[in-house]
Design a binder for this molecule. Structure first.
Ligand SMILES: [Zn+2]
Length: 141
């Protein structure tokens, strides 16, 4: 068994914008934030200045419970950054509030990862002091 761990060192992130500090501040508090459109109630992620469904600009930040399901995933054996430990699992998680996030699955074995499995958010701080949202497999209930 190979325990899936978060990447070490500095992690590649999207370019900062005027919208992203709120998201990163939420992560530093252990809270996964997304935006919600006041016009059509669409959940928006990643941070945007307009709703992707109705193009309205009345978006408010909301706290996610951090629960979701794996929509799709891939086990990486040839890392993007040579210092990343392999294997790691990159996944698209459908978060229960209605948006998707590209993330890594951590805390289990790569052979356990399947589409449809329930996951929950967990934050890990990288060398640049950003708290990044990863997801771990939930125990069966
Ligand atoms: Zn909208």
């Amino acid at each position: 068994m190979t325990l899936l761990r978060p990447p070490t060192g500095s992690v590649v992130r999207t370019s900062p914008s005027t919208l992203t500090p709120v998201f990163w501040d939420g992560g530093a508090r252990g809270v996964l934030l997304y935006q919600c459109c006041a016009g059509c109630t669409a959940a928006i992620f990643d941070p945007a200045d307009r709703c992707r469904r109705c193009l309205g600009n009345n978006l408010a930040w909301a706290e996610s419970a951090g629960d979701g399901s794996i929509a799709t995933w891939s086990t990486v054996w040839r890392p993007v950054i040579p210092s990343y430990d392999v294997p790691y699992v990159v996944a698209i998680v459908g978060v229960d509030e209605g948006y998707q996030i590209v993330t890594n699955i951590v805390g289990g074995d790569h052979t356990e990862v399947r589409s449809g499995l329930r996951v929950e958010v967990t934050f890990h701080t990288d060398d640049d002091r950003f708290a990044l949202p990863y997801f771990r497999l939930r125990s069966p209930t």
